[in-house]
Design a protein. Sequence first.
Length: 202
Amino acid sequence: MPRLAGNWPLNTVNTPTNNLKMKKLTHDEIAANRSALEEIDNVKKLPVYVVLDNIRSNYNVGSIFRTSDGAMIEKLILCGYTPHPPKKEILKTALGSTESVKWEYIQNPIEAVLQLKQQGVKICALELTEGSKSYYDIIPSDFPICLIVGNEITGVAQELLDLCDMALEIPQYGIKQSLNVAVAYGISIFELRKAYDLSQQK
C-alpha cells in the first residue's frame, strides 16, 4: 500500500467529500474586520491584567505584546528587569502592538500586584504549584483577573505566589517540564479569552 511521509497509509488520510472550497482572505479583507489604532481605546477589553516579572528576552516580550493585542487584554505591566519599549528587538517582534496594548513599567512587581488587589482584581500565577489547577478551569467569577508570568528559568517568585489567589498550570505530556514563556502565555491568555467570551453569551 502506498505511504506518505511519516509512514501513514494513503487511504487513512482525510480527503474532502464535497466541493466546498476555502478562499484565503487577503490582508485588506482581514484588516476590514479589525479595530483601527485610533479606535482602540473604545474597544471592549478582556478584563485581564498581565504582570511580566523578570522576563529576560526582548523577543519573548515582543511576542507577548503581539499576543496581548490579539486577545485585547486590559493592560500589560512590565516589572523587574523585564525589557520594555522602545528596545528594537521588542518592536521588531511586536509588529506595532506596543501602540495598541496599554502598558506600564513598574519596577517592583509586588507594588503592581498590591495595586490590582486593592481594585478587586483576582491574582493568578501561571505556575506549577502544589495547588495549581488546569489553565482551562477558569470560571466567570474569576474575572477581572491578573495573570503573573515569571522568569523563563525560575518562574514566578515565591514572594509573588504568596499574594496569589490561585495558580494555573498547563499540563505537560512529554519529557520537558515547561513551555517557552511566550508560548505558555499565548495558550493561557486565549483560554481566558474563551472563558470570558462564553460567559458573556449566557
